[in-house]
Design a protein. Sequence first.
Length: 178
Amino acid sequence: MKILFIGPMGSGKTTAINAVSDIATVSTEAENNDLEVNAKATTTVAMDYGEIHLSDGETVALYGIPGQARFDFMWTILAEGAMGAVLLLDHGDQDACGQLAVYLDAFAELAGRGALVIGIGHTRLPAAEVLGPYQQLLRQRGLALPLFITDVRERSNVLLLIESLIANAEVNQLMENF
């Protein structure tokens, strides 16, 4: 099983994979030359990779895409064969809803089949104050996708996103076959 972690630079993809991976993660971090977009020192330029080992012996492969649009050619490559994606957004970004639209368009096939879950991070506000604009955008597009406030540093939060993704994808697949 292959799961993508997608979202703009600084949204927490690398941190999320590090929080849950059962192996030492593979990371392609390089010096950030796009400091106007995000002031973080490094950024992913190809991918991050981690694994979760399930009790039945199955391995869940976790791939983090680079968040900068100039590396979007990697998005298509990494999306090949993915069962779904966890979209992470930084609520502190003034264009977080715009970023949601960008990733819904870029990963329209996954979103369309319900194989996408959204985690909103970098906020201490109550969910009721945060989630409204994201829910409205999803409704406008006719999408019913799981949407959570999350802290990607917390293993339990990231596992909840993954479990929700798998459950939602399985339910949607069953409904297609029904």
